[in-house]
Design a protein around this ligand. Structure first.
Ligand SMILES: [Zn+2]
Length: 351
């Protein structure tokens, strides 16, 4: 018997040059006459101007607030200060602004519009907000975007390090899906085939053309967005996050100098693909992807700490409760640590 399942997905998706200037048009069409806009701290003036002018042109009343942190308390305070005076919440900028806006939208049950100005991870369309409580980071259930607005020109102007982080986070879906299947076979964790397929397929679309140009930005944004949708489809972060994310979370908790999310998960993805059984094809693909995009070279220019990564790998199995993962196997952890030292591809990436 077939069961029809209904999930909330973004109804408006605009991934193109000049999309940010049109945010007002999208709001007007949806009858969002008053919008709470959460922007990142330090967003370049030209981006702010484009945003403000576009909204003003369409007569949208805006309350603009700056996200100067991503504490749960901040999102709560914003929600309380704006009980019902807006029709939608927009997040414009980087992770913190988007996470805060998403959570305020979730609390107030208002539509959420995601407008990332860089593509450093898949958070802009995920059904979770990454917020901190007393300095500790938590993934909380949150609003799925009503609209995803990605201005590819704006994203292209963002630093290359952010793009590389997005590439690393996207690549991590390969090991995330493998780890999910491992959890199915070894611990009975249910796998949603469609979500796994969506996650896997999105990576391949980008890998076929891994360029940092307008078309490449569109592919990367689309792929990262589909990962968010894959999480929504199955109600779990598993299609987008596996053993490689556990290592990154462990680094976030212990490193003296945590690095960009996608840099950490990208490296952990490669090392894991090199030791996971039957992942030879993925390893080769990642090797090529990270060579042609300059990912490995960027890491070499600012190498990771070997001692911190060893510690993070050992800590990884303890990071999440009820999350069976191949990283719980000692031979996998030892294999990953050996990769850091012995794999010639990673020469210079660790000190
Ligand atoms: Zn991620």
């Amino acid at each position: 018997m077939f069961t029809a399942v209904s999930v909330k997905i973004p109804g408006i998706v605009r991934i193109k040059p000049g999309a940010l200037a049109r945010l007002g048009i999208y709001c007007r069409r949806e009858s969002f006459r008053q919008v709470l806009v959460v922007v990142s701290e330090g967003l370049p003036e030209n981006i702010l101007q484009t945003l403000r002018e576009g909204l003003a042109r369409e007569g949208i009343a805006v309350r603009e607030v700056v996200a100067d942190g991503c504490e749960l308390e901040k999102a709560g305070a914003l929600f309380i200060a704006n009980p019902s005076g807006f029709a939608a919440v927009a997040g414009v900028g980087g992770g913190k602004a988007l996470d805060i806006a998403k959570y305020v939208a979730f609390l107030s049950q208002k539509p959420y519009l995601a407008a990332p100005t860089s593509l450093s991870n898949d958070g802009f369309c995920s059904p979770q907000s990454s917020l901190t409580v007393k300095g500790r980071r938590f993934s909380l259930p949150s609003a799925v975007p009503h609209a995803v607005v990605v201005d590819t020109e704006v994203c292209l102007a963002a630093p290359k390090s952010l793009w590389l982080s997005g590439v690393g986070d996207l690549a991590s879906k390969l090991t995330a899906v493998r780890d999910w299947k491992w959890a199915f076979h070894n611990a009975g964790t249910p796998v949603n085939d469609l979500a796994a397929l969506m996650s896997d397929a999105s990576v391949y679309q980008f890998i076929a053309r891994p360029e940092r140009d307008a078309a490449g930005m569109r592919l990367l944004a689309t792929a990262l967005m589909l990962n968010g949708v894959a999480m929504t489809v199955c109600g779990s972060s598993r299609p987008a996050s596996g053993a490689e994310h556990l290592v990154s979370h462990a680094l976030d908790a212990t490193s003296a100098n945590p690095r960009l999310h996608g840099w950490q998960v990208g490296m952990a993805t490669y090392a894991l693909a090199a030791v996971m059984p039957r992942a030879e094809e993925e390893r080769k693909m990642l090797e090529n992807l990270f060579a042609v995009t300059g990912f490995f070279d960027a890491v070499r220019a600012a190498p990771f700490s070997l001692a911190e990564w060893d510690q993070a790998v050992d800590l990884a199995p303890t990071i999440k409760d009820d999350f069976p993962s191949i990283i719980s196997l000692p031979e996998i952890r030892e294999g990953v640590k050996r990769q850091f030292r012995e794999n010639p591809v990673l020469r210079g990436c660790f000190v």
